[in-house]
Design a protein around this ligand. Structure first.
Ligand SMILES: [Zn+2]
Length: 262
């Protein structure tokens, strides 16, 4: 912390306000943990934040929303507070890949009440992060938005976002306990998801096999290697040439043996 700088600001109304916000963030269990096990945040909210060095610079981390292409992602960003905070609104940036907002570019939530022109001193840094989290899953129309990103691009970015480490604050992996952001089903196996599609198409032709294919992904997603290998074995069997040839022969013989009604 720069003493010369912060001592001049320490008694300012801005600094008093920021300190009181930080106390509230800690009391609410929203403080971003410093180390692996010191993540004391106990709030069910999906975001955490903390000042970084200077109290006028905050970093935050939030989880990608469930049942969205961002699920499993761990997004990190910064908020810069102006000298006259809270009379003017902060500026917000995301610092890692996300395919929703341009990395490092100032985000202008023009579709929201948090737009600079309509910023009100009663809003807080935490409420701003909360608004950003909500905007993540809405249409990309703001200044600083990435337009036209496909769900697939967002999912790829979500995978990538998990390995990001912030040079300034050391985040993100320690922001949440790991069970708060489990890898969603079919998250990091694009090719295998395609194979599963083939498998279920094959399974529709053969009811008995469909049970095996249907059960296996659940086991695989729990990390069971046996479940995963059983799935790929079943898929390989169903799509193999001898299997399909035999299936075709069975269907043909059943068809040919049917009595003709003429
Ligand atoms: Zn950071």
């Amino acid at each position: 912390m720069g003493m010369a700088c912060s001592s001049a600001r320490r008694s300012s109304p801005s600094m008093r306000r920021i300190m009181s916000e930080w106390k509230q963030v800690q009391a609410d269990g929203l403080a971003m943990g410093e180390g692996r096990s010191s993540s004391k945040g106990n709030s069910s909210e999906t975001f955490r934040l903390k000042p970084v060095g200077n109290m006028f610079e905050w970093h935050f981390t939030f989880l990608g929303a469930k049942d969205s292409p961002f699920e499993g992602g761990l997004y990190h960003g910064s908020i810069s507070l102006p000298e006259n905070y809270p009379q003017s609104g902060p500026s917000v940036r995301l610092l890692n890949t996300n395919m929703r907002f341009k990395v490092g570019s100032r985000i202008c939530l023009s579709a929201s009440e948090y737009h600079q022109e309509t910023w009100q001193p009663s809003w807080t840094v935490a409420s701003l992060v909360s608004a950003l989290v909500a905007h993540m899953t809405e249409a990309a129309v703001e200044i600083g938005a990435v337009r036209g990103a496909t769900p697939s691009q967002k999912r790829k970015a979500a995978v990538k976002s998990r390995s990001f480490v912030c040079a300034a604050c050391g985040c993100c992996h320690h922001a949440f306990p790991e069970d708060r952001f489990p890898i969603p089903k079919g998250f990091d196996k694009g090719k295998k998801a395609g194979a599963g599609d083939d498998g279920s198409a094959g399974a529709r032709r053969e009811g008995r096999v469909a049970v095996g294919v249907g059960e296996a992904p659940a086991a695989a997603s729990r990390g069971g290697l046996t479940g995963r290998s059983r799935l790929s074995w079943t898929v390989r069997l169903v799509t193999s040439k001898p299997f399909l040839l035999a299936l075709a022969l069975i269907i043909a013989s059943v068809f040919l043996n049917q009595p003709r009604h003429s």
